[in-house]
Design a protein around this ligand. Structure first.
Ligand code: PLP
Length: 455
């Protein structure tokens, strides 16, 4: 029998369009061709400003030549080296630990955010057993929140839509309210609500049985689930104190907010009195040039697990030399060009301009964030903060208009709009002030069209 009679051409031509078709917020409609700096071009030659850094990844923008050269150089030497270590992997692990600072001694490299979250949860569990606390098994997390798509990370994700579908095949973890800052329950201000949410963590620990709680995982600066939520300072110190008091490990998910995006290498560096026990990072770590994630842990945890027989966890691509070389080049580029400083400075400029747009708009309810991790919340009524009816899919319509005008935005109706809807204003960390002006021109035009449809 000839091969031709067995292998039939697959009628589906495009890689992802059928998977992301529908109303869940994916939709792939751009055939991308190439990118340079903060811009991406499609195959028709149309240019798009990368206003959300893809999925909040492309910290260096596109087409960085130093990263490309590092990629080629490493590929010329070796790309894959399991059961061994390599110079690039050692260098990247050390760079990340050094940038993370004291107490973050060891870095475990994986292929993305979800893998990093799974790694942290498993390391925490092994540490509990190794230190004579085998009853500690429960993870607590926040609602809303996002920790990834794999089942362990999804179980910690605070999203009722996902729970409804995948709940029966995973062990959903208990959630406590995230200290949302825009729609506050009656009788609270931002600070008192954050206190209330931290107290909720304590109550949940006691309700679960304090000796059974292993870890609390949260995003120190929110991503798409909360729309760049930043809590008041009192929240972080209170959460740290509660975790300490009950022997619960604190895990910060910095997959989106880490690697320089908020103006410091880790977002936790903004709250040095509330450092977590474990941190996970991804996205900006490789700036989208390769799949890469990291779990960062202190010696006291890693050593204990090592002494008990070693970490019972791994991935085929963990510590991959090629991804590591790319990560090293990305971090060097970020340090050499002070991109963390730029994220902080440009973040201030961007928020000022977004707030000015909000003042002229009747459908922008809130602008929030830190550094170049920001969200713009869309509402039907600024006074009541009411969201648009579901049928409008308002944030996705804004994204669609923006795309037609040449601006890429990452939008989200969290939990079918239960917590609001927004898009991320999170351009690459290389952005300049004139480029922010261009971003704002495109966004202003986007809202002119969107508001003319909703008058
Ligand atoms: N955690 C957070 C806070 C994220 O924003 C994401 C992805 O957006 C993840 C985890 C999962 O990362 P990945 O998609 O690389 O698996």
């Amino acid at each position: 029998m000839s091969t031709q009679s067995i292998v039939r051409p697959n009628p589906v031509q495009k890689a992802f369009d059928r998977f992301y078709a529908g109303s869940r917020g994916g939709t792939v409609t751009v055939n991308v061709s190439h990118g340079k700096g903060i811009f991406v071009w499609d195959t028709n030659g149309k240019r798009y400003l990368d206003g959300s850094s893809g999925a909040v990844c492309t910290n260096l923008g596109h087409g960085n030549e130093r990263v490309r050269d590092a990629m080629i150089d490493q590929a010329n030497r070796i790309s894959y080296a399991p059961f061994s270590t390599s110079e690039s992997t050692d260098t990247l692990s050390k760079m990340i630990s050094d940038l993370a600072g004291p107490g973050f001694d060891q870095t475990f490299l994986v292929s993305g955010g979800s893998e990093a979250v799974e790694s942290a949860i498993k390391l925490a569990r092994q540490y509990a057993i190794a230190s004579g606390q085998p009853k500690r098994r429960k993870i607590l997390a926040r609602m809303p929140g996002y920790h990834g798509a794999t089942l362990g990370a999804a179980a910690a994700t605070g999203d009722p839509d996902r729970d409804e579908i995948f709940g029966p095949i995973m062990q959903i973890v208990p959630k406590v309210a995230a200290p949302l800052s825009y729609r506050l329950p009656e009788g609270f201000d931002v600070s008192s609500y954050a206190d209330y949410c931290a107290d909720a963590l304590e109550h949940q620990i006691l309700a679960e049985g304090e000796e059974t709680v292993l870890a609390f995982i949260m995003e120190p600066v929110g991503g798409v689930a909360t729309g760049a939520l930043v809590a008041p300072d009192n929240y972080y110190s209170k959460v740290r104190e509660i975790c300490d008091r009950f022997g619960v490990l604190l895990i910060f998910d910095e997959v989106m907010c880490g690697a320089g995006r908020t103006g410091t290498f880790l977002a936790t560096h903004h709250w040095p009195n509330a450092l977590p026990d474990l941190v996970v990072c991804a996205k900006g770590l490789s700036a989208g040039y390769t799949p890469l994630g990291a779990m960062i842990a202190p010696n006291r945890i890693v050593d204990k697990v090592a002494e008990s027989g070693g970490f019972l966890h791994g991935h085929t691509y963990a510590g991959n030399p090629l991804s590591s070389a790319i990560g090293v080049a990305v971090l060097k580029e970020m340090l050499d060009h002070d991109l963390m400083g730029n994220a902080e400075r440009m973040g201030v400029v961007l928020r000022r301009k977004l707030n000015a747009l909000k003042d002229r708009s009747f459908t922008i309810g809130d602008v929030r964030g830190m550094g170049l991790l920001n969200a713009v919340e869309i509402v039907e009524d600024q006074a009541t903060k009411a969201i648009f009816p579901a049928a409008k899919q308002a944030s996705y319509r804004v994204r669609e208009i923006a795309r037609e005008l040449g601006l890429h935005l990452y939008a989200r109706r969290t939990a079918s709009g239960k917590f609001g809807e927004w898009f991320m204003a999170a351009p690459p960390l290389i952005i300049t002030e004139p480029e922010i002006d261009l971003f704002m021109e495109l966004l202003t035009e986007t809202f002119q069209v969107f508001e003319s449809e909703n008058r």
